[in-house]
Design a protein around this ligand. Structure first.
Ligand code: ZN
Length: 165
């Protein structure tokens, strides 16, 4: 076993670290050719990842929101060609979401009622990406959830002062 250097039809497609493929016959009814032993190792690892994730309801919620966001963002990106929107800073728990929207009120309804809108600034997708890069050192979860501390607190304060002025 483990001699093939390319996967053979009907056998496990898992590649071992030495570059050879597992040539054990695939188990039945798998979405792709994989032997029972490798399938159970994959399952065990996925199960581990999922239970780590599941143990934190806030992270689970944020992953869900990120997923909805990426679908919404594709729609927003098409809309963005028509004009600018806002960059918004929403606090959920102890994490701050930096996002972009063209319809902020609708977007805010997708967050838990306890969310706090701290600030908004006029902007585009380009500015949102710039802010994500600017505060990358505070990134906590997903792509858009940041620890609300240090220069990010200062930044939000600056926007608020600017709006109030
Ligand atoms: Zn295998």
């Amino acid at each position: 076993m483990y001699k093939a250097t390319s996967p053979q039809a009907g056998t496990c497609t898992v590649q071992r670290k030495n570059g050879e493929f597992c040539d054990t016959p695939s188990a039945d009814d798998m979405p792709f050719p994989i032997c029972g032993r490798h399938a159970s190792r994959l399952f065990a690892r996925m199960n581990e990842l999922l239970s780590e994730f599941d143990s934190d309801p806030l992270r689970r919620l944020m992953a869900g929101l990120d997923d909805m966001d990426s679908r919404r963002e594709r729609a927003d990106k098409r809309a963005a060609k028509r004009g600018p929107g806002v960059i918004y800073y929403v606090l959920v728990g102890n994490l701050l979401k930096i996002g972009y929207s063209q319809s902020l009120q609708a977007r805010l309804r997708t967050y838990p009622p306890s969310r706090k809108l701290l600030a908004t600034e006029p902007g585009t997708f380009a500015l949102e990406s710039q802010r994500h890069a600017q505060f990358a050192h505070l990134l906590d979860s997903g792509r858009e959830w940041f620890r609300f501390e240090g220069d990010l607190v200062e930044h939000v304060k600056t926007i608020r002062d600017h709006v109030a002025a």
